[in-house]
Write a protein that binds this ligand. Structure first.
Ligand code: ADP
Length: 398
């Protein structure tokens, strides 16, 4: 990328499109504008953009019309072009949830690649179509702009076959029913910065806890994913804001047979009505739960911590031991009490928390002499995506 060029990172969901603008900053890239359009598909969609200092740069609400994803992408591109100054858009890079078995690394998006990715929609029906919609829009309104796709599954392609397998017959696994893992761009970013915190961690056995609205753990050995708590879909593993996490598969059969639930109802239950929200009946948001005096809010937090503790044990077994635990994403980066509870559960592994450092909430939070070290490291999936796009276009990635 020559100086003066910018990369737009797009993260499109069911009702929102988030974007970040990056530019060359020495050997790396730095973000200079971030924004989003929320409330898509309904009246009153809201656009806002902030500069790097958090100052509001632009804001708009569209009333009397339902802004579609297509409209939103057009308006976003207009905004970007009006705010680039001396920069020009070199590429738009998209966060795409599923790359399937075919795409493990970032790719340049072509009409053919888009068609292949659309075929993966049944593997991630709630995310994949929304992630791909802006790609198609840009092909039609700005075909001259290079587009790059980065996948949440990609980083986990390094997992050994056993870690990816379900105990199912081949006629099912051959259809792509296997464990993929998600949050890969977050884990890849954390793996890229770990050596800055402790050079020895580059070769170590590390568990990264990505605890946000979506939550998962990843076991890293020498910076590569060897196992994770999410599997075929992003509903597996830990309980999350509104997702159930792992269930005995027999529960699904019971819900179908005895409660007469159909597939869409089950989808709603497992993705939208379970997890912290379902257990507490109060909120999916950790801040609200921590502030609540409702005993069910406490129960939801306790269950979250308990499941994290159990899964840390499982991933430590997959790694053959543990050298470090890293907390990241909204809850992992900001909730000192959640981190304390998780670290207390992991005491049997040799983790001793440094209380003051944990309250301060940055960098190393384990006590000197702790056999397992612990860290708080802010994740940056957008920067990871922008780096991939730049490297791909510069021919530095295959
Ligand atoms: P997403 O997965 O949507 O990217 P985030 O990584 O932003 O979400 O995480 C959102 C979660 O982080 C919410 O449960 C929110 O309550 C929690 N969170 C954010 N700040 C704090 C805080 N100061 N204390 C506790 N939880 C927090």
């Amino acid at each position: 990328m020559t100086s003066g060029n910018a990369i737009v990172v797009v993260n499109a969901g069911s009702s929102s499109i988030k974007f970040s603008l990056f530019r060359e900053d020495g050997p790396d890239l730095s973000v200079f504008l971030k924004g989003q359009i929320e409330g898509l598909g309904a009246d009153g969609a809201h656009f806002s953009a902030h500069d790097i200092g958090g100052e509001l740069v632009a804001e708009k609400r569209w009333t009397g019309e339902a802004v579609t994803h297509d409209d939103a992408m057009r308006r976003l591109l207009d905004f970007v072009h009006g705010h680039l100054g001396a920069y020009r858009v070199d590429a738009v890079a998209h966060r795409i949830v599923h790359g399937g078995a075919e795409f493990s690394g970032p790719i340049r998006l072509t009409a053919e690649a888009l068609a292949n990715l659309e075929r993966l929609t049944p593997l991630a029906p709630l995310h994949q179509p929304h992630n791909l919609a802006p790609v198609r829009t840009l092909f039609s309104i700005a075909p001259q702009i290079s587009q790059v796709g980065c996948f949440d599954t990609g980083f986990h392609a390094s997992q050994p076959p056993l870690a990816q397998a379900f105990a199912l017959p081949p006629e099912i696994t051959d259809r792509g029913v296997r464990r993929y893992g998600f949050h890969g761009l977050s884990y890849e970013y954390i793996a890229s910065v770990l050596p800055r915190y402790d050079p020895a961690l580059a070769q170590a056995r590390v568990i990264v806890a990505h605890l946000g609205n979506g939550a998962s753990l990843c076991a890293l050995k020498a910076g590569r994913s060897v196992a994770s708590t999410m599997g075929f879909t992003a509903v597996d593993g830990l309980p999350m804001g509104t997702r159930s996490g792992a269930l005995d598969p027999g529960v699904i059969l019971y819900l179908i047979d005895e409660m007469k639930m159909g597939p869409r109802e089950l989808e709603q239950l497992l993705y939208k009505q379970s997890g912290l929200l379902g257990v507490s009946g109060v909120s999916s948001d950790m801040r609200s739960l921590e502030a609540s005096s409702d005993p069910r809010a406490r129960l939801a937090i306790d269950l979250f911590v308990y499941r994290i503790g159990r899964e840390i044990g499982s991933l430590a077994a997959a790694l053959g031991g543990l050298d470090a635990l890293v907390f990241t994403a909204g809850i992992g980066e900001h909730s000192a009490s959640l981190r304390r509870a998780v670290c207390e559960d992991a005491a049997w592994l040799g983790l001793v928390l440094a209380e003051t450092a944990n309250e301060a909430g940055a960098g190393k939070i384990s006590a000197p002499g702790s056999r397992v070290s612990a860290f708080v490291i802010p994740t940056d999936e957008e920067l990871m995506i922008a780096r991939h796009a730049r490297n791909l276009l510069a021919g530095e990635e295959p």
